[in-house]
Design a protein around this ligand. Structure first.
Ligand code: SAJ
Length: 419
């Protein structure tokens, strides 16, 4: 059965670009979101998130009538669920995944499901979440059969196909990246491949749902562990008086070594979150993965202590915090170690704090309330006694190391310290 109408539930950083890609291939796409502002913005042909090239694609798709957004689901041949999977708010040292949004999305689409439909979970999920979603759908629609009940004869097919695109490069990576396709049965996988082949040029590689869930968590945990190694090296090098950037570039000349870069910590809503889904399900076995999370989460405090020690050398220091976003050349502040560090420095009253963030127009409210000033890089460097590099934005890399020779520099990204 072919896919004439596709519904994408959750129109955020992943759902909206995915909906737009299907629509750009002249499929009828119904985007569903609980956020009225997002729905209205998209229906005007505009976007509510920042992602290169996406605005043009959404604008054309809406104008040509292939994409529309609604608050409540309508009938479709395929449903892609791309909603958040945050943590539960508990005091545990090991955060627990919260599947409420997937549950709500399942209950929202269940009334409009029909025989022959395909449901795909794209949200990054703990192992077993796809089976759980299938259970919620089956409970809501006892008149339809699902793969866990009827195998290949199920009325509704279900698969997990995790997104793997890099923010800032989403449009290109959606098309070019290989895709892991984890169907609950072989037929579920085959139908999911057929759907993604609408726009995916990368290979669609078939596995089962649990392995697909674990594959996504493994990719982000692998990066987290590698960054933790780099962050640990940076602290070791401080103690041993070695330039960590020079060290890593030397070691990386070995043909089988590729060490990542240290920084002020790990941010964003993926790498700092997903490894916990593994640790939460197998806490005794996931030792390295858990330690990497602790190592990366401890790095902001290490930077804060370094800045405080430097500030003691001045009677009333001005400290410029360069960068607030979670990585270079984006506007995303989610889980940003740079933001956390700036916030805590401002709250600790060690001096006047200036923030430089070329990708935002105004500071978050909590920084404003703490008296932090948003400034341009040249003005900030003119005023500052201490310059703390927290993000390697292109605007900062353009500043020559010679122009900060008269300042105390704490360079967590190595833009002025590389040899
Ligand atoms: N970071 C370092 N050192 C490095 C590389 C990154 O400290 O050498 C830091 C960044 O500054 C940032 C954090 O790690 O704070 C994460 O940045 P990132 O660029 O590594 O990854 P994300 O979170 O933007 O996107 C990741 C990607 N996953 C992998 O590369 C394995 C992306 O492909 C996933 O789709 C995305 O997570 C996701 O949605 O899960």
């Amino acid at each position: 059965m072919s896919f004439n109408t596709i519904s994408v539930v959750g129109l955020g950083y992943i759902g909206l670009p995915t909906a737009a890609m299907f629509a750009s291939r002249k499929k009828k796409v119904i985007g569903v979101d609980v956020n009225q502002h997002a729905v209205d913005t998209i229906n005007r042909g505009e976007i509510h998130i920042v992602e290169p090239e996406l605005d043009m694609i959404v604008h054309a798709a809406v104008k040509e009538g292939y994409l529309k957004a609604t608050l409540s689901p309508e009938q479709a041949d395929a449903f892609l669920i791309a909603v958040p999977t945050p943590f539960k708010n508990n005091d545990s040292q090991i955060p627990e995944p919260d599947l409420t949004y997937i549950h709500k999305a399942s209950e929202a689409i269940a009334p409009v499901l029909k025989k022959g439909d395909l449901v795909i979970l794209e949200s990054t999920s703990p192992v077993g979440a796809t089976e759980q979603m299938a259970g919620w759908l089956a409970a809501a629609r006892p008149d339809l059969s699902f793969p866990q009940q009827a195998g290949e004869n199920a009325d509704v097919n279900i698969a997990h196909c995790p997104e793997r695109v890099l923010p800032g490069h989403v449009v290109r990576e959606l098309v070019e990246n290989d895709r892991v396709i984890g169907g609950m049965t072989a037929n579920c996988s085959a139908r999911a491949v057929e759907l993604y082949k609408t726009f995916v040029q990368g290979e669609c590689v078939i596995t089962n749902a649990r392995t697909a869930e674990m594959a996504k968590l493994t990719e982000n945990s692998c990066r987290d562990v590698q960054i933790a190694f780099a962050n640990e090296l940076s602290i070791i090098c401080d103690k041993l008086d070695i330039n960590v950037w020079e060290l890593i570039s030397l070691a990386n000349r070995h043909p089988r070594i590729n060490i990542l870069q240290p920084g002020p910590g790990v941010g964003g809503h993926c790498i700092a979150v997903d490894p916990w889904f593994i640790v939460n399900s197998v806490p005794d076995e996931a030792k390295i993965i858990k330690q990497a999370r602790f190592t990366n989460d401890a790095k902001p405090q290490y930077v804060i202590e370094k800045v405080k020690a430097a500030a003691k050398r001045f009677s009333s220091p001005t400290i410029a915090c360069l960068g607030l976003t979670f990585k270079a050349d984006i506007d995303d502040l989610r889980e940003s170690p740079a933001l956390l560090i700036t916030n805590e420095l401002a709250a600790s009253n060690i001096g006047k704090i200036i923030a430089v963030e070329p990708n935002v127009k105004k500071l978050p409210d909590d920084l404003n309330e703490l008296g932090v000033k948003l400034m341009r890089i040249d003005d900030a460097l003119y005023d500052a006694h201490i310059a703390v590099v927290l993000v390697d934005h292109k605007e900062f890399k353009e500043v020559s190391a010679n122009s900060v020779l008269d300042k105390v520099v704490i360079d967590t990204k190595g833009i002025w310290s590389k040899k």
